[in-house]
Ligand binder design. Sequence first.
Ligand code: GLA
Length: 395
Amino acid sequence: MKWGMSFSCLALGASLGFLAANPALADDSGAMNTPDSVERSAFGTLPDGRRVDLYRIVNGNGVEMEVTNYGGIITSLKTPDAQGRLDDIVLGFGSLDGYLSDAYRQSNPYFGALIGRYGNRIAGGTFELNGKTYDLAKNDGPNHLHGGDKGFNRVLWNATPFENDSGSGLMLTYTSADGEEGYPGKLDVEVTYTLTDNNELAIDYKATTTRATPVNLTQHSYFNLGGEGSGDILDHQVMINADEFTPINETLIPTGEIKSVKGTPFDFTKATAIGERINDDNQQLVRARGYDHNFVIDRASATDDTLVLAARVSDPESGRVMEVATTEPGIQFYSGNFLDGTLTGKGGNAYGHRSGLALETQHYPDSPNQADFPSTILKPGDTYQSRTVYTFSTE
Ligand code: GLA
């Protein structure tokens, strides 16, 4: 039915584009101004009574994604396999309760969520900026992880659906108060998910601040190209466009060294099955219980921030392929090592060890404490801008 309706709505295209460019005109009921390629439904209610929505976005090829304004979480992403069969290739839950449950919060895998204000770890939960020491939550052993106790993955975002020349999607905005989770400055954040007819999911991040603050935004989807709940990802082939990575200490903080991947299990410059070397007797793999490392994306120069291919994943079984391009200098390859089967996903299957992988585009972990890493400090008057594009195809 949605397909037929898209045509009858073509005439509305211009006005929808206008509304997307003028979100203030979009009303809260969503009924009037939601473009036909985006459908809104109820996803649940937060303990404080606020309603949470789910947005279903479809493109012209049958690819569809579902996003909730709680944490900006991508709850579902259906793409065709080589035979044209649609499967949901991201881990997650079918209702808000799944993301609010005690079991989920205890294991805290950040399924599909937007991550901020600082994606990845900050050593000792502390950093110094302009002569002042800032203390953050230590929510990952001795370290700060993914924005703290209540990171951007657990807040309610304002959502505005849109349809424009490149596709349709959802614009999410959130204002992080000065001092929230210990970070300085009021941060205005805007994240746009666009699903295109070329089977791309583009994610655009923007932020401005009132005081200098570290910012490192990312997206934490777990992919299983064989379909969520279908087993582990060890047969997936991964290529990472990186000659170097940042080795970690016992608590997964970068040592500061930028190390060549040559001759190590971290050499993914040629596509290699994840499982091929993951259990090697390698100190870095042992420390992280698998892959959980930042790779330094190959670039023309240290200041190059053009959109480049960072990684490519393929699943020989389903024929699905995913490419990740980004403007960021790094990408965290996490092989789902902390998943242990205690969570059961939307399809009724337990999410076991390494049943999904994350490729988080980012600045390097712990940059606020590592003077030699590219800076993550956003200053007032400047705009943080970052773009990551996931492209889905088959072979
Ligand atoms: C990131 C981290 C991992 C882990 C996951 C969530 O990928 O690098 O160590 O914390 O998030 O479980």
